[in-house]
Design a protein. Structure first.
Length: 98
Protein backbone atom coordinates (compact mmCIF):
# COMPACT_ATOMS: atom_id res chain seq x y z
CA UNK A 1 0.00 0.00 0.00
CA UNK A 2 1.26 3.45 -0.83
CA UNK A 3 2.08 6.00 1.83
CA UNK A 4 -0.19 9.03 2.42
CA UNK A 5 1.21 12.39 1.35
CA UNK A 6 1.06 15.90 2.83
CA UNK A 7 1.56 18.95 0.62
CA UNK A 8 2.12 22.25 2.36
CA UNK A 9 4.53 24.45 4.25
CA UNK A 10 7.85 23.35 5.69
CA UNK A 11 6.90 23.74 9.37
CA UNK A 12 3.76 21.61 9.11
CA UNK A 13 5.58 19.12 6.89
CA UNK A 14 7.97 18.30 9.73
CA UNK A 15 5.08 17.14 11.92
CA UNK A 16 3.46 15.13 9.14
CA UNK A 17 6.80 13.51 8.31
CA UNK A 18 7.13 12.41 11.94
CA UNK A 19 3.67 10.86 11.64
CA UNK A 20 4.96 8.74 8.77
CA UNK A 21 3.61 10.63 5.77
CA UNK A 22 5.58 11.47 2.66
CA UNK A 23 5.74 15.26 2.38
CA UNK A 24 6.15 17.74 -0.44
CA UNK A 25 6.87 21.44 -0.20
CA UNK A 26 6.48 22.55 -3.82
CA UNK A 27 7.07 26.02 -5.19
CA UNK A 28 3.97 27.84 -6.38
CA UNK A 29 4.65 27.15 -10.06
CA UNK A 30 5.12 23.41 -9.33
CA UNK A 31 2.09 23.08 -7.08
CA UNK A 32 -0.48 21.61 -9.46
CA UNK A 33 1.99 19.07 -10.85
CA UNK A 34 2.99 18.05 -7.31
CA UNK A 35 -0.64 17.52 -6.33
CA UNK A 36 -1.40 15.47 -9.44
CA UNK A 37 1.72 13.36 -8.95
CA UNK A 38 0.78 12.73 -5.32
CA UNK A 39 -2.71 11.64 -6.36
CA UNK A 40 -1.12 9.07 -8.67
CA UNK A 41 1.29 7.74 -6.04
CA UNK A 42 -0.46 8.00 -2.65
CA UNK A 43 -3.32 6.35 -0.79
CA UNK A 44 -4.35 9.70 0.76
CA UNK A 45 -3.41 13.29 -0.08
CA UNK A 46 -3.56 16.01 2.56
CA UNK A 47 -3.37 19.62 1.38
CA UNK A 48 -2.71 22.51 3.70
CA UNK A 49 -5.39 25.21 3.58
CA UNK A 50 -2.75 27.61 2.20
CA UNK A 51 -1.97 25.23 -0.67
CA UNK A 52 -5.66 24.67 -1.39
CA UNK A 53 -6.14 28.43 -1.56
CA UNK A 54 -3.52 28.67 -4.33
CA UNK A 55 -5.15 26.07 -6.60
CA UNK A 56 -7.70 27.11 -9.24
CA UNK A 57 -11.25 26.62 -7.94
CA UNK A 58 -12.30 24.12 -10.60
CA UNK A 59 -9.13 22.09 -10.08
CA UNK A 60 -9.61 22.07 -6.30
CA UNK A 61 -13.24 20.97 -6.65
CA UNK A 62 -12.20 18.08 -8.91
CA UNK A 63 -9.53 17.01 -6.45
CA UNK A 64 -11.88 17.11 -3.48
CA UNK A 65 -14.48 15.08 -5.35
CA UNK A 66 -12.02 12.21 -5.85
CA UNK A 67 -12.59 9.02 -3.95
CA UNK A 68 -9.32 7.35 -4.89
CA UNK A 69 -7.21 8.66 -3.38
CA UNK A 70 -9.18 10.90 -1.07
CA UNK A 71 -7.91 14.49 -1.06
CA UNK A 72 -8.47 16.38 2.19
CA UNK A 73 -7.73 19.95 3.22
CA UNK A 74 -6.14 20.25 6.65
CA UNK A 75 -5.80 23.41 8.77
CA UNK A 76 -2.85 25.66 8.13
CA UNK A 77 -0.59 25.38 11.18
CA UNK A 78 0.42 29.02 10.88
CA UNK A 79 -3.21 30.13 10.69
CA UNK A 80 -2.60 32.16 7.54
CA UNK A 81 -5.31 30.48 5.45
CA UNK A 82 -8.75 29.52 6.71
CA UNK A 83 -10.34 26.21 5.81
CA UNK A 84 -12.87 26.51 2.98
CA UNK A 85 -16.46 26.79 4.14
CA UNK A 86 -17.86 23.26 3.86
CA UNK A 87 -21.44 24.05 2.81
CA UNK A 88 -20.34 26.30 -0.04
CA UNK A 89 -17.78 23.77 -1.24
CA UNK A 90 -20.35 20.96 -1.24
CA UNK A 91 -22.92 23.06 -3.11
CA UNK A 92 -20.31 23.97 -5.71
CA UNK A 93 -19.33 20.32 -6.18
CA UNK A 94 -22.97 19.28 -6.52
CA UNK A 95 -23.66 22.08 -8.99
CA UNK A 96 -26.32 23.78 -6.87
CA UNK A 97 -24.41 26.89 -5.85
CA UNK A 98 -26.80 29.84 -5.65
Amino acid sequence: MSVPCYIGDEVSAMAWRLAGLRVQIPKRDELLDAVRRSCDQSSLVLLSAAVAEQLPGSELDALLARTTPPVVIVPDMRGQAPLPELATRLRRQLGVLE
